[in-house]
Write a new protein. Structure first.
Length: 273
C-alpha cells in the first residue's frame, strides 16, 4: 500500500504535479474516507478543521465517505442530513445504502439475501453467547439490524463515551470481540458471512463481498478510475482491511483524524490549520 508520507507526485498519476497539487478538479478521481477514527473520533462530530480541510480537497477531486454505520449515525457525525450534499458520495453500511450528490440512489437488504431462518439462527446464537460472557459492565442494544448488515456489540451500543473508551481498552487486552468473531466464523461458515471488527465496541456481520469494496462497484459504474482510500481499521479482521488492500484502490492507513488532516495538507499542499 501507498505510505501516507509519500505525496501524489509520481508521473502519470492523478496528482502528478511536482508538488503533489493539482490545478483543476478531477472528476475521475476520488478521495474516499472511512468515518470513525479517520475523519472523526468514534461517534463524535467532525471538527470544523477537518470539515474545512475536506471541502478544500473537494476543490481538487471528488470526495466520499464509506462507513459501516447506517446513514442516521453518519449524518450525526458530519453535521446533519444537509451535510450529505457536501460530499460527492456517501456510502452507509459499506455502500449498501448509497448517496450521490445528496440523493439516495441505491439500497440493498441483508434479509432478502440471507433469509429469515438463517438470520434468526445467527441472532439467537449471538444473544445466547453474549448472555454467557462477563464484562466490566453491559448496557443496551447488543444487536442492531441494518439494511446491509447486522451490528453486534458485546457491551451494548447504549453505553456512554466514557464507557466506550473503557470497553475498548478492556477488549484490547481480553480480545472479547476477536474471540467471539472466531467462534461465529466456525459456527456459521456455511452462510458465507464476513465478521469485521470496527469502531470501539462492535463488529459487523454481512454476506461475503458486502464489505466496503461494495462502494467501489458504484464508483466503477460512474467511471471513477482513481480511488484513494483513507481508513484506520486496515488490519486483517478490521472493517477497512478489504478495501485498503483491494488492487482497485490506493490505501492510506491512518490512526486518527488529526493524522488524516495532516496527510491531506501534505498531499494537496493545503495550509495547515
Amino acid at each position: 500500500m501507498t505510505t501516507p508520507t509519500t505525496p501524489f507526485a509520481t508521473p502519470g498519476e492523478p496528482f502528478g504535479n511536482d508538488d503533489g497539487v493539482i490545478s483543476s478538479r478531477k472528476l475521475d478521481t476520488i478521495c474516499l474516507f472511512d468515518v470513525d477514527g479517520t475523519i472523526a473520533l468514534a461517534r463524535q462530530l467532525i471538527t470544523v478543521e477537518m470539515d474545512t480541510c475536506l471541502q478544500e480537497v473537494r476543490k481538487k477531486c471528488l470526495i466520499g465517505l464509506v462507513g459501516g454505520s447506517d446513514i442516521v449515525k453518519i449524518v450525526e457525525q458530519i453535521g446533519g442530513t444537509n451535510a450529505i450534499a457536501k460530499y460527492d458520495y456517501v456510502f452507509a453500511e459499506n455502500g449498501l445504502v448509497a448517496y450521490k450528490n445528496g440523493n439516495l440512489f441505491f439500497q440493498e437488504n441483508i434479509q432478502k439475501h440471507v433469509g429469515e431462518d438463517d438470520l434468526q439462527s445467527l441472532i439467537n446464537y449471538c444473544l445466547k453467547y453474549l448472555s454467557e460472557i462477563k464484562l466490566p459492565f453491559k448496557r443496551g442494544t447488543f444487536i442492531e439490524f441494518r439494511n446491509g448488515l447486522i451490528n453486534v456489540s458485546p457491551v451494548g451500543r447504549n453505553c456512554t463515551k466514557e464507557e466506550r473508551d473503557i470497553f475498548e481498552a478492556y477488549d484490547l487486552e481480553h480480545k472479547i470481540r476477536e474471540t467471539m468473531v472466531k467462534d461465529l466464523q466456525g459456527k456459521f461458515a456455511h452462510l458465507n458471512l464476513v465478521f469485521a471488527i470496527g469502531g470501539q465496541i462492535s463488529f459487523d456481520v454481512f454476506p461475503e463481498g458486502w464489505d466496503k469494496r461494495y462502494a467501489v462497484k458504484h464508483l466503477e459504474k460512474d467511471n471513477v478510475k482513481n480511488i484513494y482510500f483513507f481508513g484506520d481499521k486496515t488490519f486483517k479482521g478490521g472493517n477497512d482491511y478489504e478495501i485498503y488492500n483491494d488492487p482497485r484502490t490506493k490505501g492510506y492507513s491512518v490512526t486518527n483524524p488529526v493524522e488524516t488532516r495532516a496527510y491531506l495538507c501534505e498531499l494537496f499542499g493545503l495550509e495547515k490549520v
